[in-house]
Design a protein around this ligand. Structure first.
Ligand SMILES: Nc1nc2c(c(=O)[nH]1)N[C@H]1C(S)=C(S)[C@@H](COP(=O)(O)O)O[C@H]1N2
Ligand SMILES: [Mo]
Length: 262
């Protein structure tokens, strides 16, 4: 009830005021949803495209905002909710079994110098730490300290060519509806000071649950754009020919927008 009051009535007490706003608001939303569903379910792609056309440019502008969400050790959440479909392959199990000694990150595509990096190679590159809030589209958030290689270091290493506009992150894991989990980011986002390939979470190696051996942190985007269990990174000019062509697994399967800045 206290949480409901904070979300719906803007008060921090145990009264019923939040519920009084919440119930009619939900009833109204339920009604609108029921009326709209026959159309939105049949024409999900159209709704996605119209939505993107309406709010995409605004979100594009918002992407210029700097996530200033750097927090302190005392802000770290005691529990970080995990999300996503775990990798299920003999290849990944073998990597876990030998502590990722056999792991090789492939970075290629439209770059001057493609590289293949082991965990030792990654750890030998410059390291960065940041304490930030993770936001999931489902409505939960959590604070953790991440340590890893800044994406800028990777950009310096491989040097994307002039044609490269996007970086595609491929996971070892499939998504919930089958097919490889992947997500696409602009080169601009990759050059951001807080974008990194994280191999540490709260001072320890990232657990398998949270995306071992490396997972992306791109702090100005929602959680689903931060691929866990990263197998490879490819620089591309366009993403129309990847998956269903919408710039990521959840964009393809759940009709999310490609731009999801916080
Ligand atoms: N490969 C892969 N990466 C993924 C997902 C997934 O299903 N598969 N889920 C995403 C979603 S929706 C969120 S909110 C975050 C959750 O990160 P966490 O488990 O470390 O909290 O991972 C993202 N990365
Ligand atoms: Mo999420």
């Amino acid at each position: 009830r206290v949480n409901l009051n904070m979300m719906w009535a803007g008060v921090d007490d145990a009264s019923w005021s939040g519920l009084l706003v919440f119930v009619p608001a939900m009833a109204l939303l339920g009604l609108i949803s029921w009326l709209a569903s026959p159309l939105t379910i049949r024409h999900a792609r159209v709704v996605q495209r119209v939505g993107t056309a309406m709010v995409g440019p605004i979100k594009g502008l918002a992407e210029w905002w700097d996530p200033k969400g750097q927090l302190t050790e005392s802000d770290i959440s005691p529990f970080m909710w995990p999300n996503g479909t775990m990798p299920k392959s003999a290849e990944f199990d073998a990597l876990v079994a030998d502590g990722f000694a056999g792991y090789r990150l492939r970075v290629g595509g439209l770059v001057d110098t493609p590289v293949v990096l082991s965990m030792d190679d990654l750890r030998a590159l410059s390291k960065q730490e940041q304490i930030t809030t993770h936001f999931c589209i489902q409505g939960w958030s959590g604070v953790a300290k991440w340590g890893g290689v800044p994406m800028r270091t990777i950009l310096d290493l491989v040097r994307p060519t002039a044609e490269a506009r996007y970086a595609v992150f491929y996971s070892f894991a499939d998504g919930g509806e089958g097919g490889r989990y992947y997500d696409v980011h602009t080169i601009g986002n990759m050059g951001h000071a807080l974008t990194m390939l994280a191999y540490e979470m709260n001072g320890a190696p990232v657990s398998v649950l949270h995306g071992a051996p490396i997972r992306l942190r791109c702090e100005n985007e929602l959680g689903f754009k931060m691929v866990k269990w990263v197998a490879a990174i490819e620089f591309v000019h366009d993403f129309a020919d990847l998956g269903a062509g919408h710039g990521g697994y959840n964009e393809d399967h759940e009709f999310y927008g490609y731009r999801m800045p916080i």
